[in-house]
Structures are given as C-alpha cells and as structure tokens.
Design a protein around this ligand. Sequence first.
Ligand code: B4P
Length: 188
Amino acid sequence: MRLVLLGPPGAGKGTQAALLASRYQIPAISTGDIFRANVRGGTELGKQAQEYMNAGALVPDEVTNAMVRDRLAQDDAAHGFLLDGYPRNPDQAVELESMLVELGVTLDAALEITADFDVVTERLLGRAQIEGRADDTEPVIRKRLEVYATSTAPLTDYYSGRGLLLQVDGLGAIDEVTERIVAALEAR
Ligand code: B4P
C-alpha cells in the first residue's frame, strides 16, 4: 500500500497515519515529525526548518524534497509507505511523481481527511495546552490554514484528475474516522 494523506492542519493526519501504519504494517513518514526531530536534535536540517515552522510557513521545497527522496529510498519503504504531510503543494506533488518513477512504483491512493477550519483550530489550540508546540498558537494556526488554502488545497484537484483521490470526513471520534478511512480504502 502506497498512500499520501492530505488535509488541513489538525484534520487528524498524524493521528490517523500512526493507526493506519500499524494496521497495514507500513512506515508512516511524517515530514513534520522528521523536521521536529531535527529541530530537537539541533541538526543543520533542523536549523533550516525551524524558522519556517514557527512562522507557519512551508519549509522550502528543495529542503523538503531532498529529505523525502532519502527517506523513500530506505529499505523499510520498499514494500509500502504512508506519506503524512507530503506533498503540500503542486511542485512537491510533481517531484514525488518523479521519485516514484525512479523507484518503479505507483501510488495507490491520495486520502484527504476533511474538516472545517473552526474545528481544526479548536483541536490545535487543545493540543497546545498538552504539547506546547511552537506553531499551535492562534496567529500561527491562522497562517497555517492560509498556507493550506492557497498551496495545499489545489492537490485535491491534482489527485482527483489522476483518479487517486479518496475523501473522508474527519469529524467525529478518532476510531470512527479510522473506520471510514479503512472502508474507503477497501471499497477502491
Ligand atoms: P505537520 O507536522 O504535518 O502538522 P499538521 O499539519 O498540523 O498536522 P498534525 O499531523 O500535526 O496534526 P493532526 O491533524 O494529526 O506540519 C507542521 C509544519 O511542518 C508545517 O507547518 C510546515 O512548516 C512543516 N512541513 C511539514 N511538511 C511539510 C512539507 N511537505 N513541505 C514544507 N513544509 C512542511 O492532529 C491535530 C490534533 O487533533 C491532535 O491534537 C489530535 O489529537 C487531534 N485529533 C485528531 N483527530 C481527532 C478527532 N477525530 N477528534 C478530535 N481530535 C482529533
């Protein structure tokens, strides 16, 4: 199974990615998690990413694409993967296509978790109380949603045009959303 997960910040991508990865025995590759681990570790990549993340902006494509290219070439991704948070704009989607051609594989689906902006803002503000992520403040959440609307939302049409899009409602309990996703994947 080779999947990309789409959806606004707070729709539940990271949450569902972990559950799906364990169900389908494939690695969940979260560009956000990889950046955060590098920020914590004080690496050069972390230094490059931190200012963009804290501002709610996308990390530059050349940095992100190179990181994903390396990650997809690792052995554990040979038999499937779930990309969480990548691609995030049409240029990254084109770049992903060329990586997959080089690897000789194709995507099975692009799964979009939908949720309206009021709901996701509430969730992210709730997470801020627990995890204290630097980008979960109200002004940065607003910026992330703007970036989503302008840069990432066009991927819905991009993947729909390729016959790969599956849309699932992200409202409701976490396990209900997982059930909807599994049903959508199995009905393909
Ligand atoms: P990400 O780490 O991808 O963060 P995110 O979009 O906010 O989603 P996340 O996965 O964390 O949250 P989720 O919806 O699961 O990106 C962070 C930053 O990294 C970006 O702003 C950017 O700077 C950079 N970046 C990442 N990828 C990039 C790329 N490709 N190119 C350039 N830059 C990139 O969950 C949110 C909350 O909702 C959680 O608290 C969860 O518990 C809760 N929740 C989930 N499902 C729920 C449900 N059904 N009901 C109630 N709550 C729920």
